[in-house]
Design a protein around this ligand. Structure first.
Ligand code: GLY
Length: 556
């Protein structure tokens, strides 16, 4: 019944792997969203470092050169595979809510949500996790000293780097926001979005990174003058941080979400990411549905239907250290089989809606990188400060741009966040709690080898990883550049619509989906910026590929 989208071939022809070129050694590979970060990662390997060292360097360089995506003032998830033991762990560096936070702070006296309170200013910022993760990686699995793995980021922050067209475009989009936010003028050029080639210098950030390299994050970031600067800036902008919140911050080592699908093993982020749970549910249903080509309409219909159900169940998810999440029930094989059996192969389902409607702007930001080293160690890391340039607050004297991750909590069930996501009681805001995330760093292992992947894109991260993993598993030969470039569609239960990219879906494809009862919504920009590496079984060379959307000033 289905047809291939017209733009598939075009998209494959437009591939660009410039950010992910392998430096010559076939046994390691790095893919990241910025060529400076990728190059710095390769240099770590040339200097004898391993995947953990490279992950520290890449994360720190991205914090400098993509300040709109991730940074010391944000957090993320690092999925690690240790080749010697064969074990896997997720380093949960998600931000946490400050101890004095109360949902009431986000509402006015009449009980109405205070506009923008969760996305700009002091209340929007949660306690950052990335510096603790860098420190943790350095102690847990790195070979090189932290001052050396942070050196490339320190140099780029101190000496500056020429901003690229993507930076220019994003700074233009956020120019007013940056003009109004405390300390954020550093990202502008004389108060305006810079032009291409402008050299962005961040001397305060260089000093902060240098201190972390010398003294470790516990002393240099979570205590002392950097911590004091963050507390002062956040509270002057209406926040409620206390020094003790920073001192108490710890990363958590979690068992990743791991499951089997048709002979393959898939490992992905655990809670407080909703991503691994959604993938496990989606694959658990698809195992009964025999999907084919993800762009053939019969299969696209099935993928949309399993996403619809997985995102409905997301309402029950939250930080597992604070909420009772019925994980066993949600992942129960019998239940997923029944869910799959309830999918009509010819008609879109109509699930009961959440409490009421509501939409947001949906312009998020995040970054992902994937690494494999000579020994077979792997890192898949997705990092974020949430929306473009986070809360807009740069903590005085530190160069640290703070996140607006508080927006990922559910303020009330009928209020969607910036990704149009609803939530339930499990994701209610509470002191010391981590907000639910969609970040989905993942490993896919089968007879061909291992694929390490992930992407930015808010709620659309989950569908991106699902589509790429399905296509990887379907083909006997891996075409990594094709995988990261695939035209994308997405469904997240509510709003009840299939979002599609503007290119890659023909009129016939759209008509066939509409005949099945799907409401299509063409998003006016492509989304995502997938970064993938692949290590074939045996002696084959490791490969890396970066999403062409990153090179063409994508929105994600
Ligand atoms: N802040 C976006 C996410 O974590 O999903």
């Amino acid at each position: 019944m289905g047809r291939r989208p017209a733009g598939c071939i075009l998209a494959v022809a437009l591939l660009c792997g410039a950010m992910a070129a392998n430096a010559g050694d076939p046994r390691f590979a790095v893919a990241s969203a910025h060529p400076l970060a990728t190059a710095a990662g390769y240099r770590v390997f040339e200097n004898g470092g391993n995947a953990c060292d490279a992950a520290i360097t890449v994360a720190a360089v991205l914090a400098v050169v993509e300040p709109y995506s991730s940074g010391l003032g944000g957090g993320g998830f690092f999925l690690l595979h240790d080749a010697a033991s064969g074990s896997q762990v997720m380093i949960d560096a998600r931000e946490v809510a400050p101890s004095a936070v109360r949902p009431a702070l986000f509402f006015d006296d009449a009980g109405r949500p205070r506009a923008g309170a969760s996305v700009r200013g002091g209340l929007a910022a949660a306690i950052p996790g990335l510096p603790a993760a860098i420190d943790h990686l350095a102690r847990r699995c790195a070979k090189l000293p932290l001052h050396s793995t942070l050196a490339p980021a320190i140099a780029l922050a101190r000496d500056g780097f020429a901003v690229d067209p993507r930076y220019v475009r994003i700074a233009q989009m956020r120019e007013k926001f940056l003009q109004e936010a405390a300390g954020a003028g550093v990202f502008l050029d004389n108060g305006r979005a810079p032009g291409p080639g402008h050299v962005l210098r961040q001397p305060d950030l260089a000093v902060t990174l240098q201190r972390i390299g010398r003294e470790g994050a516990a002393r240099a970031f979570y205590r002392g003058t950097v911590a004091e600067g963050m507390v002062r800036t956040v509270n002057a902008a209406g926040g409620v941080w206390q020094s003790a919140d920073l001192e108490a911050y710890r990363v958590v080592e979690r068992v990743p979400q791991r499951f089997r699908y048709r002979g393959a093993t898939i490992t992905a982020a655990a809670l407080p990411s909703a991503g691994g749970v959604a993938l496990a549910q989606a694959f658990g249903m698809l195992a009964h549905l025999d999907p084919g080509d993800i762009h053939e309409t019969g299969t696209a219909h099935l993928v949309v239907e399993v996403l619809r159900r997985a995102f409905r169940d997301r309402l029950a998810l939250g930080d597992p250290d604070h909420a009772a999440v019925p994980l066993a029930e949600l992942l129960d094989g019998g239940r997923l089989r029944v869910e799959a059996a309830g999918i009509d192969r010819r008609r879109a389902s109509s699930l009961a809606p959440p409490v009421s409607d509501g939409t947001g702007p949906g312009s998020g930001n995040t970054t992902h990188f994937s690494i494999i080293d000579r020994e077979g160690n792997r890192v898949a890391a997705t990092l974020t400060i949430n929306l473009l340039f986070g809360s807009g607050l740069v903590a005085q004297g530190t160069g640290v741009l703070l996140n607006n991750q508080m927006d990922d909590f559910t303020l009330c069930p009928d209020l969607a966040n910036s990704f149009r996501l609803r939530g339930g009681e499990a994701n209610a805001m509470a002191p010391g709690k981590r907000p639910l995330s969609s970040m989905t760093p993942a490993f896919v292992e089968d007879d061909k080898g291992v694929l390490v992947l992930g992407a930015p894109g808010g709620s659309r991260i989950i569908s991106q990883v699902l589509l790429a993993a399905l296509e990887y598993l379907r083909h006997p030969v891996v075409d990594l550049k094709r995988l990261v470039a695939l035209p994308r569609y997405h469904h997240q239960y509510w709003p009840d619509r299939v979002e599609i990219e503007p290119e890659g879906f023909s009129a016939e494809w759209r008509a066939a989906m509409e005949r099945m009862g799907h409401r299509l919504h063409v998003v006016n920009r492509r989304w995502g910026n997938m970064q993938a590496v692949f290590q074939p079984r045996g002696d084959g060379a490791a490969q890396a590929a970066s999403d062409p959307r990153g090179g063409d000033v994508a929105w994600y």
